[in-house]
Ligand binder design. Structure first.
Ligand SMILES: *[C@@H]1O[C@H](CO)[C@@H](O)[C@H](O)[C@H]1NC(C)=O
Ligand SMILES: *[C@@H]1O[C@H](CO)[C@@H](O)[C@H](O)[C@H]1NC(C)=O
Ligand SMILES: *[C@@H]1O[C@H](CO)[C@@H](O)[C@H](O)[C@H]1NC(C)=O
Ligand SMILES: *[C@@H]1O[C@H](CO)[C@@H](O)[C@H](O)[C@H]1NC(C)=O
Ligand SMILES: *[C@@H]1O[C@H](CO)[C@@H](O)[C@H](O)[C@H]1NC(C)=O
Ligand SMILES: *[C@@H]1O[C@H](CO)[C@@H](O)[C@H](O)[C@H]1NC(C)=O
Length: 764
C-alpha cells in the first residue's frame, strides 16, 4: 500500500505545480516559442497515460485505487434452465433464471395469463373510484363510443384503439384491423394501420358535421384524400411512434430497446421479444445447454456503430481478466421499465438514442432532460463491468424508469396507477419504487443480504432523490440534484411536482409522505451527483473539442429561463435578481455581461459559452444542467446555490475550476468576478481543461466515434481559424487547451464506475 500513497502525493505535487506554473506563463514569451500555433497538450489522455494525468483534479484516492487494482479473471457466464409454464401464454418472455414470465403491454401476472388492458379514454378515474378496470371510452369494436363527447385526455382515439397500449390507429382503408376476438393470445393484428396519435390528430367534426373532440378537419383524416383513406394523402398526421417513420408514417424504423436486444431478439417499442432460448430484458442471456448464436447487431450498420453484444455474453470471454466493480443489472419486472416505453407516445421522450427514417440514422437526444436513465442503463448493459452472476456482483443496478412515468405515461390513459390515482405526480413515482423494491425483495435474495446497501438507483427528476422512498435509504443514489439540507421542502415552481403536501386515499390511508420523510436529497458519503446527458452536438463549438479556439471576449453568460412570470421561488430568485441588475445597470454594453432569455441574449448557444469567461450555475425548477454546459465549454462555472453540491463535487476538486458565491452575495456578483485576478482565472481554466472530460458521456461506441470525428474535422479547419493567422494571439485563447486523447477514456461513465469501485468496502 505504500506506493499507493506515494502515487497520490506525487500526483498532487506534479499536477498542482504543473498547472500553476503553466498558468503563470500566459502572456509571457513562452507562448510565442510554441511553434505552429501549438496549443496542444504534451500528453494525450489515453488508457496508458500516467496516473497523475488521469487522476488530476480528483479528490481522495478513488481514481488511483481503481487504476492500480489487480484485475480478476473472467469467468464464463452462468446460465439458467428453469422452464416457464405454457410458453408464457405465447405472449411473454421466459426468464430461465427465475422461471417467471416477463409480460409485454396487454398482459400481466404469473405465466402472463391475465389481461391488462390500457384502453383509449376520455378521462382518468377519480381517486375514490373502486372499480378494478381502467376507464375506457371505446366499445367492443375498439372505436370511440361517442365523438360528440368533447372531454378528452391524450389517448382519446379518432380511429381504432390498440387497447393493450392505448395507442390509436386509423380506421378505414389505411386503418387497423385487430386480430379476431377469439384468436389465441399473441396473435398479431390483421393489419397494424397508420398511427393516429392523440386527440390532436382526431377529426374535429363527425362525418355529418357535428362537433367532435378532435383538433383537425374531418376531411384531412377521412375525406376522399384523407390520411386514413388513401395511400398518398394530402395531409399527414404527426407520426408519434418510435418504430414508424417516413413521409406517411408507413415505414419501419428501429425503435429504442435498451442494448437493442443484444442482436438476439426483436424490439417491440421498448420490450424485447427474445429469439428462442435467449432471455433477460436485453436478450443477452442464453439458456443452459444451448450453443451461442451470432448476434445480428453487426449486420445492422445503424446498430453496429453504436452498440455491441455485452462482453459478459461472450464465450470464451473477450479477455482473460477484467476490472471491478462487477455490476449485475436486474431483469426488472417490465412494468417498472420496458412497459413504460411501450406505453409512451412521442418518441423523443424517455430515451437518449433514436433512429430516424430513411436509414435508421442514429440521433442522440437530450431534449428529454432525464435521458441519463436510459443512457446509464444501456452503458451498463454493454460495459465490461457487467456480470451475469449475482453471486460475484459488487453491485446491483435497478434500471427503473420512474422519471418517464409522470409524463408521458401518467396523464395519457387510465393505467398504470401505483396505489391508485390522486395527489402530486411524485406520489406515483414513490409508489412505483416501493413496488419495485418489494418485487426485487420477493424475486431475489440480494436485497435482504446487505439491506439494499449494494443496490444502485438513479434519480433524474428535477428534485432528484429528494422524494426517494426511505426503503432505499441505504442504497447508492446517482442523481443530478445535490441538495444537502435535511429539512428540505419542495422547491419546484411546478406545482404538480411538489412532494411536501400529503395525499391520503383509500388505497394509501397513511399517505405517501411517511414513506419519504426524513432523509436529505443526497448524502455525499454514499451518493454521487452525476452529469445530465449532453449530446456531442450540444458542445460542438467548445474549444475543448475543436482546435478553433476563439477569444473569450464575454465576461459572463447565461441564457435561459430568468423567471419572467414565474413563482418567486423559481431559481431561488437568483436568476431573476442578476437579470434585473444587469438590465438596469446596462452590464451587457458596459462589461459584456450577458444574462437573459432568447429575446435578451442572441447568438449560438455553444458559441456564446465558448466565448465566455464566466457562466452562471443557479437552480432552475430544482436541478438545472448549467454546470455541464459551462464545463463542457471551458467556461468557469459561477455557482450560486447554497448547500447544494454540483456534479461530482464530492470527488473532484471543483474549487480549483469554479467560483462559488453565497446566495446572500448575489447582488455583488459583478464586483466579485471583476476582482478575480487574471492569473487566477487562467489557473481555473487550466484545471477545467483537466477535468472537463469527466462531465461528458462519451465512451459508448457511437458517442466516442462522433467525438473523434469532431476532433479530426476541427484539426482540418485550423488554418482557417482567425487566431491561427494572428501573429500575436491573445492569451485569452490559451486555456483551457484543446483536448488531446481518447474520448472514451475517463468520461462520465468511467468516473462513476471508478468511484463505485472505491465504495465497495463501505457496502459490505
Ligand atoms: C374513408 O374511410 C372511412 C372509414 O372507413 C369511411 O367512413 C369514409 O367514407 C371514407 N371516406 C371516403 C371519402 O371514402
Ligand atoms: C430500419 O430498422 C427497422 C427495424 O430493424 C427495419 O425493419 C428497417 O428495414 C430498417 N430500415 C432500413 C432502411 O434499413
Ligand atoms: C424483504 O423480505 C423480507 C422477508 O421476506 C421482509 O422481512 C423484509 O421486510 C422485506 N424488506 C423489504 C424492504 O421489503
Ligand atoms: C428539522 O426539523 C425538525 C422539526 O421541525 C427539527 O426538530 C430539527 O431540529 C430540524 N433539523 C435540522 C437539521 O434543521
Ligand atoms: C431512512 O432515513 C430516515 C431519515 O434518516 C429515517 O427516518 C427512516 O427511518 C429511514 N428508513 C429506513 C427504512 O431505514
Ligand atoms: C493570413 O492573413 C494574410 C494577410 O491578411 C492572408 O493573405 C492569408 O491568406 C491569411 N492566411 C490564412 C491561413 O488565413
Amino acid at each position: 500500500m505504500l506506493w499507493v500513497a506515494f502515487l497520490l502525493v506525487a500526483s498532487g505535487l506534479i499536477f498542482h505545480d504543473g498547472l500553476a506554473s503553466a498558468s503563470e506563463q500566459s502572456g509571457s514569451s513562452d507562448w510565442q516559442q510554441t511553434h505552429n500555433f501549438n496549443k496542444e497538450r504534451k500528453l494525450a489522455l489515453t488508457e496508458q497515460a500516467p496516473i497523475p494525468l488521469r487522476c488530476s483534479v480528483t479528490k481522495g484516492s478513488w481514481c488511483t485505487k481503481f487504476l492500480i487494482q489487480e484485475p480478476i479473471t473472467w469467468k464464463p457466464a452462468p446460465r439458467g434452465n428453469k422452464e416457464c409454464p405454457d410458453n408464457c401464454n405465447n405472449v411473454g418472455r421466459c426468464n430461465y433464471d427465475t422461471g417467471y414470465c416477463d409480460c409485454p403491454a396487454g398482459w400481466r401476472g404469473p405465466g402472463c395469463k391475465t389481461r391488462q388492458k390500457r384502453p383509449c379514454t376520455t378521462r382518468q378515474r377519480a381517486p375514490e373510484d373502486h372499480s378494478p378496470d381502467p376507464i375506457s371510452s371505446i366499445g367492443p369494436d375498439k372505436r370511440d363510443t361517442d365523438w360528440t363527447d368533447l372531454s378528452h385526455i391524450y389517448s382519446r382515439c379518432g380511429g381504432v384503439c390498440d387497447d393493450d397500449t392505448a395507442i390509436c390507429y386509423c380506421d378505414g382503408p389505411m386503418g387497423r384491423i385487430p386480430a379476431p376476438e377469439d384468436s389465441p393470445p399473441g396473435t398479431a393484428p390483421a393489419r397494424r394501420g397508420r398511427p393516429l396519435i392523440t386527440y390532436h390528430m382526431a377529426p374535429k367534426t363527425t362525418w355529418d358535421g357535428r362537433k367532435a373532440f378532435g383538433d383537425v378537419e374531418y376531411d384531412f383524416v377521412y375525406g376522399p384524400k384523407g390520411y386514413c383513406n388513401v395511400t398518398k394523402p394530402e395531409w399527414v398526421a404527426v407520426c408519434g411512434l418510435d418504430d414508424l417513420g417516413g413521409p406517411t408514417c408507413d415505414d419501419p424504423v428501429e425503435a429504442f430497446c435498451p442494448g437493442a436486444c443484444s442482436g438476439h431478439g426483436t424490439c417491440n417499442l421498448g420490450f424485447c421479444i427474445c429469439d428462442e432460448g435467449y432471455y433477460g430484458h436485453d436478450c443477452a442471456r442464453r439458456k443452459a445447454g444451448l450453443p451461442l448464436q451470432p448476434s445480428t447487431l453487426p449486420t445492422k450498420p445503424w446498430l453496429a456503430s453504436v452498440l455491441h453484444e455485452p462482453p459478459a455474453a461472450l464465450e470464451p470471454p473477450p479477455k482473460a481478466t477484467r476490472k471491478r466493480p462487477l455490476i449485475y443489472v436486474y431483469d426488472l419486472e417490465p412494468l417498472y421499465q420496458s412497459k413504460l416505453l411501450q406505453y409512451r407516445v412521442s418518441p423523443t421522450w424517455c430515451v437518449f438514442r433514436r433512429h430516424e427514417y430513411p436509414n435508421n440514422h442514429t440521433t442522440w437526444t437530450d431534449v428529454w432532460v432525464y435521458a441519463a436513465d436510459t443512457l446509464v442503463h444501456e452503458f451498463l448493459l454493454i460495459s465490461e463491468h457487467r456480470t451475469f452472476d449475482p453471486e460475484e456482483a459488487d453491485y446491483f443496478y435497478v434500471p427503473h424508469y420512474a422519471s418517464c412515468l409522470p409524463f408521458p405515461i401518467g396523464v395519457w390513459a387510465d393505467y398504470p396507477w401505483f396505489k391508485g390515482p390522486g395527489g402530486p405526480r411524485v406520489r406515483q413515482m414513490v409508489n412505483m419504487l416501493l413496488e419495485t423494491v418489494d418485487w426485487i425483495n420477493t424475486t431475489y435474495p440480494y436485497w435482504q443480504r446487505r439491506g439494499g446497501k449494494d443496490h444502485i438507483f438513479l434519480f433524474t427528476h428535477d428534485e432528484g432523490a429528494c422524494w426517494a422512498p426511505n426503503v432505499v435509504n441505504n442504497s447508492i443514489w446517482l442523481t443530478h440534484w445535490g441538495r444537502m439540507d435535511v429539512n428540505h421542502t419542495s422547491n419546484t415552481a411546478f406545482v404538480s411536482d411538489r412532494y411536501d403536501e400529503d395525499y391520503k386515499s383509500w388505497q394509501q390511508p397513511e399517505g405517501f409522505l411517511t414513506h419519504i420523510k426524513g432523509h436529505p436529497c443526497y448524502n455525499p458519503e454514499k451518493d454521487l451527483i452525476i452529469p445530465a446527458f449532453k449530446r456531442p452536438e450540444h458542445y460542438r463549438l467548445s474549444p475543448l473539442v475543436s482546435a478553433n479556439a476563439r477569444p473569450r471576449d464575454n465576461l459572463f453568460f447565461f441564457r435561459g429561463d430568468v423567471g419572467k412570470g414565474r413563482l418567486a421561488m423559481y431559481s431561488r430568485g437568483v436568476r431573476q435578481k442578476i437579470y434585473k441588475m444587469a438590465k438596469e445597470g446596462g452590464w451587457a454594453a458596459k462589461y459584456k455581461f450577458y444574462i437573459g432569455d432568447g429575446s435578451d441574449v442572441q447568438g449560438d448557444y455553444s458559441d456564446m459559452l465558448s466565448r465566455s469567461t464566466f457562466c452562471l450555475v443557479a437552480a432552475g425548477d430544482g436541478w438545472s444542467a448549467r454546470l455541464e454546459d459551462a464545463v463542457l465549454h471551458g467556461c468557469i462555472p459561477v455557482i450560486i446555490c447554497d448547500n447544494v453540491h454540483v456534479v461530482f463535487e464530492s470527488i473532484l476538486d471543483i474549487d480549483s475550476f469554479a467560483v462559488r458565491i453565497p446566495e446572500a452575495d448575489t447582488g455583488r456578483i459583478l464586483e466579485i468576478l471583476q476582482a478575480i485576478p487574471e492569473r487566477k482565472v487562467r489557473a481555473k481554466q487550466a484545471h477545467l481543461g483537466h477535468a472537463w472530460h469527466r462531465f461528458r458521456y462519451s465512451s459508448l461506441p457511437g458517442l466516442a466515434s462522433e467525438l473523434w470525428g469532431m476532433m479530426e474535422n476541427s484539426l482540418k479547419e485550423i488554418p482557417l481559424s482567425p487566431a491561427a493567422n494572428n501573429s500575436s494571439p491573445t492569451p485569452d485563447v490559451v486555456f483551457p487547451r484543446p483536448f488531446k486523447g481518447d474520448p472514451a477514456v475517463d468520461d462520465a461513465f468511467a468516473t462513476i464506475v471508478q468511484w463505485l469501485y472505491s465504495r465497495i468496502p463501505h457496502t459490505r
